[in-house]
Design a protein around this ligand. Sequence first.
Ligand code: AMP
Length: 464
Amino acid sequence: MSFESLKLIPELLRAVADQGYSEPTPIQAKAIPAILERRDIMGCAQTGTGKTAGFTLPLLQLLAPFGSASPSPARHPVRALILAPTRELAAQVEESVQLYGKHLPLRSGTVFGGVDIKPQVKILHAGVEVLVATPGRLLDHLQQKTVSLSQVQVLVLDEADRMLDMGFLPDIKRILAVLPPKRQNLLFSATFSDEIRRLAKDLLNAPIMIEVARRNAPADLVSHQVYEVPALRKRALLAHLIRSRDMQQVLVFVRMKRDANRLARQLEQDGLAASAIHSDRTQAERMQALEEFKQGKARILVATDIAARGLDIEELPFVVNYELPYTPEDYLHRIGRTGRAGLPGEAISLVSADEMHMLVEIEKLLKRTLPRQSAEGFEREGRRQRHERDRPAHATKPQPKSAHKNTPKTAPKIAADGFDFSKPYEPTASSEPERPPEPTHRGRPQRPTAALLGGGVKPPTPKK
Ligand code: AMP
């Protein structure tokens, strides 16, 4: 199977070749021909499967005849609308549109909340054929009449399940109400809940169902390791693991946004370069944290689930669940950040006694028991042999009984100075979990102030 055989136009084939893609991923092979035939699609696929190119390439091909070099805004109405749950995902999708559309005279733009609306108004006034938007900010533009959607031919809902989780359904319905009724609809979702089925039933017309396993199914490429550890020892164990296993790029998940800041700060104090990404940080701060991490300036990125959703960081070898997520599906989303591009990854979970019920749920979802590892000196009370307590706590060894086929064969090396038991425990100040914003009386997520970040911060220079 080649991109040529999918009947993509030369401008897109060039763009694909520029990216070095040799063949379409399974979802691309299925979605591209169906979208080119103007069929509606229900795609069950996660980030990492190549779904973005799967809908962007054919979408650009359908719009290519409308490309115009004219500067007149009237020649550049919004013809394709892509809705995404988070600003990061919206920005990444638009980046893909730019990338794949670089040899076509089509314009694209992004609008999302938490940043100054004026530069977005300017872009919209100039005209874009492809608009990528988060629902709330798009509604703001519709209310201010800074955008018209009357020419939209194709609607894409990307990560629809997450948009529903975040309470965006009322916003989506309002947006659907102003779109032309005759249009193509593409819906992508990582999960198939009843809510998604209902949305699909209302939205899609005789859809083609496309379901693909992750290109990197967790079972194939990601090794799971569970360390049962007292909550108070997690920080020391994390520093120990990072040092002793020489982890150069680690994405660490916590549940609360303040804990993300706190842990990043503490790791910095421990001499490990770390930054944090969560929804109380401004857009500029989030972009900077991500960039530092991607460039290797920060070895550790501490993230909350919402902030990390959809992040595309290639070749990430380690994901650490410093705390387990509230929902087992989020475990899958988290570990989906590693084991990408066919490379093996490790998902390491630090599990305290109060989190064991969450681990049970995750194991139920994965339909298997995750292999336990032990790090001497970090075992949970009751698991440690009495005589072991007096031994130096610096050796980490896998428990042979539960060793999984993918767990590393060699035991992690010993770090004599990787952690400091003498440091006092700093209790957690935050009791505020990172949660989707609550709907307001208008049924919209509350976004105005810092909640969805970034008040008063200048957005990155918008692309055209
Ligand atoms: P996505 O699932 O859209 O987030 O894409 C995941 C990653 O796969 C991105 O980094 C893409 O650049 C990459 N990708 C998309 N299509 C292909 C392909 N056909 N061959 C290799 N990599 C791809």
